[in-house]
Design a protein around this ligand. Structure first.
Ligand SMILES: [Zn+2]
Length: 270
């Protein structure tokens, strides 16, 4: 399939079923890019299970795969959970998606559910259908105290302390709770960023791997723990109900880095 510059990039990248051959390279920005040489996260590991296999979105930069595997082990240890349920990573060659996610385009983003992995292997049908579960109370002011226990703070803190982490996105009510529970050592809160949704999963975003010069990092989060005024905004009427902006027209292949048109048409990995 030839990718034309005027094609909607989500239709081109959303149809590709296999990664391109060659060394792994994250290209462009988290919300405007692609990846060559992506590798899959195994559906099962000692401390994780991949959800929604029908979506074929368990692909990423090897650095992301490796980080998820190590996180699954360290999070299991920190929380006492059997492991983690892993949601979407990216498509086989990254890029925009037909449904969901503005980012997740360069193989460095993953959504991880905030429900302990069950003590058994889920069937494929269960993985494609089991609903996620929110840990935020109705009304959105705080966490759901019927679910939340000390293991949750340990989970979020374990992720926030990963050296490879660029930032993680959580519901504002979760950030508020973490701000409340953290003691004097608060540096780890800096990368825990409030965002709408993210009540039944968190989004983990890694920095560009060293040497991948086509990969564009974001500016780091502002200094500080982000627990004061910046967090209060999210509980104001404007913060809770942002003015809906008109839907952006779909990104075209020509709006991605030029290398991505080549990635879209490159031969598949053997
Ligand atoms: Zn996400």
């Amino acid at each position: 399939m030839a990718a034309l510059p005027a094609d909607a990039a989500k239709r081109v990248f959303g149809k590709i079923e296999a990664p391109s051959a060659g060394p792994p390279r994250s290209i462009g920005k988290y919300d405007r890019g692609c990846i060559s040489g992506a590798v899959p996260l195994s559906a099962d590991g000692p401390n994780w299970q991949v959800m929604r296999p029908a979506r074929n979105r368990a692909w990423g930069n090897p650095v992301l795969i490796d980080t998820i595997e190590r996180l699954a082990a360290s999070a299991a240890q920190a929380t006492g959970w059997p492991g983690l349920l892993i949601g979407d990573l990216g498509q086989p060659r990254g890029g925009p998606m037909i449904t969901g996610h503005a980012s997740h385009q360069i193989g460095l983003d993953v959504d991880i559910w905030v429900i302990p992995m069950p003590d058994r292997r889920l069937s494929v049908t269960e993985r494609d259908n089991l609903p996620a579960r929110s840990v935020v109370a109705r009304g959105g002011n705080g966490v759901d105290l019927a679910i939340w226990d000390p293991s949750y703070r340990k989970l979020y803190e374990t992720v926030a302390r990963l050296p490879e982490l660029a930032r993680m996105f959580v519901n504002p009510a979760i950030k508020r709770e973490l701000c409340h529970e953290a003691g004097a050592d608060r540096d780890w809160l800096r990368k825990v960023r409030p965002w709408w949704g993210h009540d039944d999963h968190f989004h983990m975003r890694l920095t560009c791997p060293p040497g991948q010069t086509s990969c564009e990092n974001q500016d780091p989060p502002p200094p500080g723990d982000g627990c004061g005024k910046e967090l209060d905004y999210w509980f104001t009427p404007e913060g809770r109900h942002p003015k809906p902006s008109p839907p952006a027209p779909p990104l075209l292949v020509s709006q991605l880095p030029p290398e991505c048109a080549a990635v879209a048409t490159a031969p598949s990995a053997p």
